[in-house]
Design a protein around this ligand. Structure first.
Ligand code: Z15
Length: 840
C-alpha cells in the first residue's frame, strides 16, 4: 500500500474535527458520523456500500473545507484562472485518489482494519464515473490532477452525462452494450448548485434593431430555452491545500417554457418538451476518434459551452465589474474542437449581451482561447452542416460568417488571387445545400495558440492537416507532448512498486517524476532486480486471479504478459496482434516441439456500437481465444484473454501486471497515445511503431530498451503515393498466407468461412492501415522480444530503465509547459485554516 505523507495528527479530538481532522480518532469518528447521518445506518445494518459512502463523504468533507479556502485565496489574489473545456472527463474512481492526495490512505486503512473492514474492498464499491471514451477524456482527468497539484487556479467544465460510456459485455464472442447507470445509487462526490443555474437558448431567429445610442444591435429570439444546473466535484492536488473543481452541467427544462404549454392546456405536450430538454445531458456519444454528426451532439456541445462561458463571465463581472480584462484573468482551453463553438458564443455574449464592439470582443476572444488538436484522422474532424447549424444556432452562424468575412479579407491581402488557398482556409466548406462549418478552422482562427499532443503529431499538423494555418501564423503553433499523472498511474495503481521506489529513492518522485532517474543506479543490482521481478510477479498473480474469476481462463504467471488495451480501432491494429498469435499457433501446429516462449495475450477495449469492423475484430479475438485456450497440443503455451468492459479501474491493475506493451498503430495515425506511457511507467517494455509519443518514449528510454517495428511515417506516405498493393506482401509471405487461410477456412468460426470475410477482404484488397506491409517486421520484432524475455536479468534491467526514464511523461511536466507557454498562469499556494467563529 502507498505510504502516507506527513499530515498533522495532534492526537486530540475536538467536535469540529469530524469534518476536517486527520488523526486516527477524528477519521474514525468522521466515518461513523457519515455512516449514521449520511446513510442512516449503524454497524448492524450497514452494507459495504454504506461504508464506502461514509468514507467517500468523510473525504469530501475534508476537501470541501480546502475548496472553500482555495476559492477565497484565488479571489483575494486576483488570480488568473485556467478553464479546461472538455466534452469528456474520464475520471475513474475518486475515493482512492482522494485518500492518496490527502496523504491518509494508510491511516484510513488502519482505522478500518481495527473494525474488521478492508479499505481496498470497500473502494471497489464506487461506481466508476466513465464520462469519457478513451485517451482524450482521460487526458483531461490527468490534467486536472496536475493543475491542482501545481496549485494552479483551474476549473474543468463539461457535461454531467446521466449515462457514461456503455458497459461492455461479451456474448458469444460479440460485444453487447448496456447503459451505464452510474448515478443510480447516488454520487457521494458531487454537490449541486441550483442557484447558479444558467439559461441556454436554442433555435428561433434573429432580429436587428438600432438601440437608444444609435448602435446596430442583434436580438436572438430562440425557439426554446434549457437550464443548465452545475454539479461540482472537488479536485484535490497531491500534498497541497489546493482543491479545484470539476463543474459539470445537467440539462433541465426551463419553467417559463413549460408554463406556456401548461397554460395553453397542453399538459402532455409540456411534459414531452421537458423530456426533450433533459435529453441533452442524457448520454455520452460512444465514438472515439470519429464523429457522428448528430444534432443532439451539437446541442450537447453548445449547451455546456454556453453554460460555462456565462458562468465565467458572471464570476468575472462580480469580481472586476467589467469585462475589459477578461483575457488577462482567464485562459480557456479547448479540448479538441468539441467546445470550439465557444469562440462564436463568447463573441455573442460580449457583443449582444454585454454591448461590446466587434473589435474589442474579437481581441478578448482571441486572447482567451487556445486549442488542442488530438487527431490526424480526417474522419475525426468535425464539420457541421450549415443547414443544421443555422436551424439550431442562427445567431452563431451569422457571427461565424462575419468572422470568416473579416478573416478571408486578411487572407486575400496576403495571398492575392490564391483562391484555392482561400477556399481551404475558409470556415465554410462547399457550396449550396451541403455547405459545412469547419470547426477546426474556427478553432484555429479564434485561438491564440494551437497545439498538437506529441512532437511528431505537431509536425504533421504543420505539414499536413493545418498546413495553411501554419503558413499563415506559424507563431501560433506549439507542441505539448501528453503526460499522465504518476499519482493514479503508479502510486495508486501499483502500490507494491511505489513502495519499493520510495524505499530506495524517497518520495520526491511523486511530484517530480524526473527523480525516477535515481533508480538507474540499481539497474545492475541483483538484489534489486530480484525484488523488481517479485513485484511484477505478484501483480501478475493478482491479474491472473481476476482473469480466472471473470473469463474462467487459467493463465501461466510465468508466461510473458503481452497486453493491448485501448479503444478498438482499425488504425490501432489489434488485428496485427491477432495475426501474430495465429502465426505462433501455426508454428506449434507445424512443429509441436518448437521452442516457443509461453505467452498470455491480454486484450481489452470497447468498440463504438456502430463500428461494425471493430466489433468483428472483437469477435475474432474471442474466436481465436476459444480455439487456442482449449487446444491440449499447445500445452498451455498460448493463452488469449479478452477482458470485457475495460475501464480506468481495470486498467490500473493491468498496467501494474503488464510486461509487454503493444503500441502498433500505423505510423502517422496515433496522435500521441497515453497508455504507452502508463505501461512503461509500470515497467512494461514496448513493442511499437514510430508513431505518436512512442517516438519520444524510445528517445527517453534508449533504443536498446524499446522494440521498434514497422514503417516510419515518411515510408507510409511514400508507399501510399506510389500505390500500395497488399497483394505484393501477401504473395511473397508464406507464413502470412497460412494465417489468412486459416481464418478464411473457418478454423476459428466452426467452419463458417463467411464470418470474417469482411476483415480478410479489407486486408487483401485495400489494407488502409498497411498491416501486410508491417507484418514481417512485427513478427521479427516479436521473435526478438521472445529471445529477450528469456534473458531474465537483462529483461529486468530494461524494465527498470524504462520506469527510471519516464520522468518526461508526467502530466506535471505537460501542465507546467501549458502554464508557462500557453496560459501564462502562476501557482497560487493556499493556506489551510481551521474553522473560527468569524466564519459565521
Ligand atoms: C481521442 O481519445 C483522441 C483523439 C480524438 O480526436 C478523439 Cl475524438 C478522441 C485521442 C488520440 O487518439 C490519442 O492519440 C491521444 O493520446 C489522446 O486523444 C489524448 O491526446
Amino acid at each position: 500500500a502507498p505510504q502516507d505523507t506527513q499530515v498533522p495528527d495532534s492526537g486530540l479530538v475536538r467536535v469540529e474535527d469530524d469534518r476536517t481532522g486527520m488523526s486516527e480518532q477524528s477519521l474514525k469518528r468522521a466515518i461513523v458520523d457519515n455512516l449514521h447521518y449520511g446513510q442512516g445506518k449503524d454497524n448492524y445494518f450497514a452494507t459495504p456500500y454504506d461504508y464506502y459512502m461514509a468514507i467517500a463523504r468523510s473525504m469530501r468533507d475534508r476537501l470541501i473545507k480546502r475548496r472553500i479556502q482555495t476559492a477565497r485565496t484565488h479571489i483575494q489574489e486576483d488570480s488568473k484562472v485556467v478553464y479546461y473545456l472538455s466534452a469528456e472527463f474520464l475520471m475513474g474512481r475518486y475515493t482512492g485518489n482522494s485518500l492518496i492526495n490527502l496523504g491518509i490512505y494508510e491511516r484510513v486503512r488502519k482505522v478500518l482494519r481495527e473494525s474488521g473492514l478492508e479499505l481496498d474492498d470497500l473502494l471497489e464499491k464506487e461506481h466508476e464515473p466513465g464520462l469519457g471514451n478513451g485517451g482524450l477524456g482521460r487526458l483531461a482527468a490527468c490534467y486536472l490532477d496536475s493543475l491542482a497539484t501545481l496549485e494552479i487556479p483551474a476549473v474543468g467544465y463539461g457535461i454531467r452525462y446521466e449515462f457514461g460510456i456503455f458497459e461492455q459485455e461479451i456474448r458469444n464472442g460479440w460485444q453487447a452494450e448496456r447503459p451505464d447507470k452510474w448515478l443510480s445509487f447516488g454520487n457521494a462526490w458531487e454537490v449541486s448548485l441550483p442557484e447558479y443555474r444558467t439559461e441556454v437558448k436554442f433555435g428561433g431567429h434573429t432580429e436587428s434593431y438600432t438601440d437608444t445610442k444609435g448602435r446596430y444591435q442583434t436580438n436572438w429570439i430562440p425557439e426554446h430555452t434549457v437550464f443548465g444546473i452545475p454539479y461540482d466535484t472537488p479536485i484535490p492536488g497531491y500534498g497541497v491545500n489546493t482543491v479545484n473543481i470539476l463543474r459539470l452541467w445537467k440539462a433541465e427544462s426551463s419553467n417559463e417554457f413549460d408554463l406556456d404549454a401548461f397554460n395553453a392546456g397542453d399538459y402532455l405536450g409540456a411534459v414531452a418538451n421537458k423530456m426533450f430538454s433533459e435529453n441533452i445531458s442524457k448520454v455520452l456519444y460512444p465514438n472515439d476518434d470519429t464523429v457522428q454528426g448528430k444534432e443532439l451532439r451539437l446541442e450537447q456541445q453548445y449547451f455546456f459551452v454556453s453554460c460555462s462561458l456565462q458562468d465565467i463571465i458572471r464570476r468575472h463581472i462580480y469580481h472586476y465589474n467589467s469585462l475589459d480584462n477578461l483575457h488577462e484573468k482567464s485562459a480557456i482551453q479547448l479540448n479538441d474542437t468539441h467546445p470550439s463553438i465557444g469562440i462564436a458564443e463568447l463573441m455573442r455574449l460580449l457583443i449582444d449581451v454585454h454591448q461590446m464592439d466587434w473589435e474589442q470582443a474579437w481581441h478578448i476572444t482571441q486572447n482567451c482561447f487556445a486549442y488542442t488538436n488530438h487527431t490526424l484522422l480526417p474522419e475525426a474532424l468535425e464539420r457541421w452542416s450549415v443547414n443544421l447549424f443555422g436551424r439550431l444556432l442562427p445567431r452563431h452562424l451569422e457571427i461565424i460568417y462575419e468572422i470568416n468575412f473579416r478573416f478571408l479579407s486578411e487572407v486575400r491581402k496576403r495571398y492575392p488571387g490564391d483562391n484555392e488557398r482561400i477556399a481551404r482556409l475558409s470556415l465554410i466548406e462547399g457550396e449550396g445545400a451541403d455547405k459545412k462549418v469547419r470547426m477546426a478552422n474556427l478553432a484555429c482562427v479564434g485561438s491564440r495558440k494551437i497545439n498538437g499532443v506529441a512532437a511528431l503529431h505537431t509536425k504533421l499538423l504543420q505539414q499536413d492537416v493545418l498546413r495553411d494555418f501554419y503558413e499563415l501564423a506559424p507563431e501560433k503553433f506549439i507542441n505539448k507532448t501528453n503526460g499522465v499523472t504518476p499519482r493514479r498511474w503508479l502510486l495508486l495503481g501499483n502500490p507494491r512498486l511505489s513502495n519499493l521506489i520510495t524505499e530506495k529513492i524517497g518520495e520526491a518522485w511523486i511530484t517530480n517524476l524526473d527523480e525516477l532517474r535515481k533508480l538507474e543506479q540499481f539497474a545492475d543490482d541483483p538484489q534489486f532486480r530480484q525484488t523488481w521481478r517479485e513485484i511484477k510477479q505478484a501483480n501478475k498473480q493478482d491479474l491472473a486471479a481476476y482473469i480466472e474469476r471473470k473469463n474462467h481462463i487459467q493463465v501461466d504467471t510465468n508466461s510473458l504478459f503481452d497486453v493491448q488495451v485501448k479503444r478498438l480501432h482499425e488504425y490501432k491494429r489489434q488485428l496485427l496482434n491477432v495475426l501474430h498469435i495465429i502465426t505462433l499457433y501455426n508454428r506449434i501446429k507445424r512443429n509441436p516441439n518448437e521452442d516457443i516462449l509461453p505467452r498470455t495475450f491480454i486484450f481489452g477495449g470497447k468498440a463504438a456500437p456502430g463500428y461494425f469492423i471493430a466489433k468483428l475484430i472483437i469477435k475474432l479475438i474471442n474466436s481465436v481465444a476459444a480455439v487456442v485456450n482449449d487446444d491440449p497440443s499447445l500445452e498451455g503455451r498460448l493463452k488469449v484473454a479478452f477482458l470485457s468492459n475495460y475501464n480506468v479501474s481495470m486498467s490500473q491493475q493491468i498496467y501494474a501486471a503488464a510486461e509487454l506493451s503493444e503500441q502498433i498503430s500505423t505510423a502517422g495515425k496515433e496522435a500521441s497515445g497515453t497508455g504507452n506511457m502508463k505501461f512503461a511507467l509500470n515497467g512494461a517494455l514496448t513493442i511499437g511503431t514510430l508513431d505518436g509519443a512512442n517516438v519520444e518514449i524510445r528517445e527517453e528510454v534508449g533504443a536498446e530498451n524499446f522494440f521498434l517495428c514497422g514503417l516510419t511515417t515518411p515510408e507510409v506516405y511514400e508507399l501510399k503515393a506510389k500505390g500500395y498493393n497488399p497483394q505484393e506482401y501477401y504473395q511473397s509471405n508464406s507464413e502470412l498466407q497460412e494465417v489468412i487461410r486459416l481464418i478464411a477456412c473457418g478454423h476459428f468460426s466452426d467452419g463458417d468461412s463467411q464470418l470474417f470475410r469482411p476483415l480478410l477482404d479489407s486486408l487483401l484488397y485495400n489494407d488502409k492501415y498497411m498491416l501486410f506491409a508491417d507484418y514481417q517486421s512485427y513478427i521479427d520484432t516479436q521473435d526478438r522480444v521472445s529471445q529477450a524475455y528469456r534473458q531474465e536479468d537483462n529483461w529486468t534491467r530494461m524494465s527498470i530503465l524504462n520506469t527510471a526514464r519516464m520522468g518526461k511523461f508526467s502530466s506535471d511536466r505537460a501542465i507546467s509547459e501549458y502554464c508557462k507557454e500557453i496560459w501564462h498562469v502562476e501557482p497560487v499556494p493556499v493556506e489551510f485554516k481551521e474553522y473560527s467563529p468569524e466564519d459565521m
